[in-house]
Ligand binder design. Structure first.
Ligand code: ADP
Ligand code: MG
Length: 243
């Protein structure tokens, strides 16, 4: 994608988010992501990583602060620039892979069946599943279903992709095939924010790593120095527990 484009892909300005029951998931969190940048977000369970991505995708409103996508406030229109993939694949079980991929293109983009199908088949090839168009999700492995979910997000031509622990529900032997698809997207220059527990992958993929705790960004740094020389005691403590 377009690294010369000076408008940041994402600007989060002092975003706060609380839930009923008094949990503060985001505390005046600010974050800027440049066009084509790959940011990996790590942090303990409950630190607000998913909330951050969900707010960014427009799935939940923030209570305070602002979110800009390519310089424009997040709304019904700009949120279409964002694709999100979750830990659970959320495919429609009664629809074939092809129909799962066609659905949003038909409804949101108003494509003809032929147009949508052509794009879907191309996407299936891109996630290395050219021969599964007629399968039902239940006939696929977890890794294959997750790759369909990635293809489905890509079908709407997002400018920014969000991945929230997309390998956490997978058997170990299927993690690689999903990470490989994300790696290909990164190589193609897609702007992405990736929440992951896979530290080797975080190290490899992330240009920038962000460590979150209790709704705040505790430390951010380029991937190499972040893992080699974390500055904050809380980051060192977290890394020592998971590495
Ligand atoms: P992470 O993804 O880092 O594990 P989350 O963003 O899921 O963290 O959660 C951050 C905090 O917000 C946690 O304390 C969690 O229990 C709380 N939380 C998240 N979603 C909701 C919700 N829909 N209702 C109430 N509390 C929530
Ligand atoms: Mg989460």
């Amino acid at each position: 994608m377009d690294r010369e484009n000076p408008v940041p892909a994402v600007q989060i300005l002092q975003a706060s988010k609380s839930f009923a029951g008094g949990v503060t998931a985001l505390r005046e969190l600010s974050l800027e992501v440049q066009q084509g940048e790959r940011v990996v977000i790590i942090g303990p369970s409950g630190s607000g990583k998913s909330t951050l991505l969900r707010c960014l995708a427009g799935l939940e409103p923030v209570d305070a602060g602002r979110i800009l996508i390519e310089g424009v406030p997040l709304d019904e229109k700009t949120r279409r620039k964002i694709g999100m993939v979750f830990q659970s694949f959320n495919l429609f079980p009664h629809l074939t892979v092809l129909d799962n991929l066609n659905l949003a293109q038909r409804l949101v983009q108003k494509k003809s069946l032929a147009e949508a199908t052509a794009a879907s088949l191309e996407l299936l090839a891109r996630v290395n599943m050219p021969d599964k168009a007629r399968s039902l999700p239940g006939e696929l492995s977890g890794g294959q279903q997750q790759r369909v979910a990635i293809a489905r997000a890509l079908a709407l031509k997002p400018r920014i992709m969000l991945f929230d622990e997309v390998t956490s529900a997978l058997d170990p032997e299927m993690i690689g095939e999903v990470l490989s698809v994300i790696r290909d997207l990164a190589q193609a220059g897609m702007t992405m924010l990736v929440v992951t527990h896979e530290m080797a992958f975080a190290r490899e993929l992330g240009e920038r790593v962000i460590f979150m705790e209790q709704g705040e960004v505790i430390e951010t740094g380029d991937s190499k120095s972040f893992f080699a020389r974390p500055r904050e005691a809380r980051t060192r403590d977290f890394l020592s527990r998971i590495l």
